[in-house]
Design a protein around this ligand. Structure first.
Ligand SMILES: CC(C)(COP(=O)(O)OP(=O)(O)OC[C@H]1O[C@@H](n2cnc3c(N)ncnc32)[C@H](O)[C@@H]1OP(=O)(O)O)[C@@H](O)C(=O)NCCC(=O)NCCS
Length: 178
């Protein structure tokens, strides 16, 4: 009987995810363009599925979504396509790059509308402890460069996390304490 190693390294192509939706009127502002939050939610879902595929079991949680840059509006009724690819892996963390394209239903005119990164952390079945994930097999020069810059992005995230921990809003006078 062959026993599969649950943390044997995997290439990014094994966990790549695409997701396509048609935007609806309830997702837009009064000007008919999509709320950024709708795209962020879809991006998180798509990135999370790629991270889950890479981790292979257990749970994952979103630790950070950063540098999501919106390059142009998305209009109601357009087809939106998201693609998430694992770019960097730490001991228990998985970074995915998420690209979002939009195109009108009536024309094959696909355009890039947003790009960002999300960082997920693998948890055990109880959801209480972090868990080691498979390494990332880097197959191309582009993947090696993405992983190298992913390491730098991760260092910056940890700096931001440490800053955020020390930056709770001060209480106003008279505000009750917890
Ligand atoms: C993410 C979380 C599980 C990390 O727990 P923790 O006790 O800080 O764990 P550790 O310090 O051991 O870090 C575990 C890994 O996560 C990474 N990490 C932790 N916080 C991070 C952050 N804010 N940004 C990026 N990476 C982070 C660490 O670098 C480490 O990676 P590595 O093992 O690959 O080196 C915890 O902060 C958490 O539960 N956050 C809330 C997540 C959540 O609820 N998301 C949904 C929002 S509604």
């Amino acid at each position: 009987m062959m026993i599969l190693d649950p943390i044997a390294p995997k290439p990014a192509r094994d966990s790549r995810v695409t997701l396509a939706v048609i935007t609806e009127p309830g997702q837009t502002n009064p000007f008919g363009t999509l709320h950024g939050g709708v795209l962020l939610r879809l991006a998180d879902e798509c990135g999370a599925i790629a991270a889950l595929r890479h981790s292979g079991r257990g749970r994952i949680t979103t630790a950070a979504i950063d540098s999501m840059t919106f390059l142009g509006p998305v209009y109601v009724g357009e087809r939106v396509e998201l693609e998430a690819v694992v770019t960097y892996v730490g001991r228990t963390s998985i970074e995915t790059r998420i690209e979002i394209h939009a195109e009108p239903i009536e024309a094959a005119d696909r355009r890039l509308v947003a790009v960002g990164y999300a960082l997920y952390v693998a948890l055990d079945e109880s959801g209480e402890r972090t868990r080691a994930v498979p390494g990332l097999v880097l197959e191309t020069e582009a993947e090696r460069e993405a992983a190298e810059s992913g390491k730098t992005r991760q260092e910056l995230r940890l700096i931001r996390r440490d800053q955020a921990r020390g930056q709770a809003n001060p209480r106003r006078p008279g505000e009750p304490t917890d």
